[in-house]
Design a protein around this ligand. Sequence first.
Ligand code: NAP
Length: 280
Amino acid sequence: MKKMEKYLVIGDPIGHSRSPAMQNAAFQALGMGTPYGARHVTPGELPEFFEYARKNLLGVNLTVPHKLQAAELADSLTLRAEMCGSVNTLIISNGHITGDSTDGIGLQRALEYSFGEPLYGKRILFCGAGGAARATALHLAGAGCSGIFFINRTVSKAEELLELCRKHFPETEGAVSEPQDEKLCTELLEKCDYLVQATSMGLKSSDPLPLSEKYFHPGMKLRIFDTIYHPTAIQELAERLSLAWANGKEMLIRQGAESFRLWTGIEPDLDIMRKGFENG
Ligand code: NAP
């Protein structure tokens, strides 16, 4: 690791990350050099990494598979991180490590920016119930979305997330379906305003759709947000059917911008971060 690095993104794997290019663009624009790097850390190495970070770093972003374990290892958690049990940002000050989660606000801002309307009162359908859905569903329920629905291969994981949303926001409408339940899936895709594709299906270019093509048709009001930021089968389908859609680029930028603000107290220039992302 280079001596000047005071901020890191860690994950397993990490080679693909666009965060260094994006964050360093924001730091550089403020005359703060390029203090942000990437490091491969396995789950077994995470406790040792926390001790390194405590002594040497000012901030960390965490990606798959560290977000849940980091919530256990941090000295304290912000309320939003404690509520969802997920941490993607560490803020380090005087040897104290605070864990926070900026994925939820990142998704909210990305949806509002990409589709040009506030989320208040909207129904959100998550496809997936893993770490990304956990970190964001509760935030959207708290941001005034009227319904949070899930379609997931493992139904019990989705039920647990819906229960978490309803524990904190009892008015939230919701339901859970498995991808093969044609009747319920059709109903949910018709009644919801947004589909948030939050499975890992699409990370490999050969991955099939996470949901059957028969559930989609031209003219449906559903807007599709794929958390993955490179081309995927669902993005291709949405384009082919002329449905409104966006990829996960803006979510990555917005969650990173919120981390940057937490570390520096400065709102970064989003256009500069977008350019950094494109160059990454
Ligand atoms: P995760 O915790 O591993 O969860 C994976 C999800 O994908 C689960 O719902 C899982 O279903 C489902 N899945 C995996 N393989 C499947 C298969 N063969 N068939 C059907 N479903 C399958 O991962 P994560 O952290 O939630 O990440 C999910 C996605 O979000 C990733 O693509 C990641 O790139 C993206 N993400 C993007 C951003 C951003 O800023 N743009 C931020 C965070 C995450 P089961 O529950 O049944 O296992």
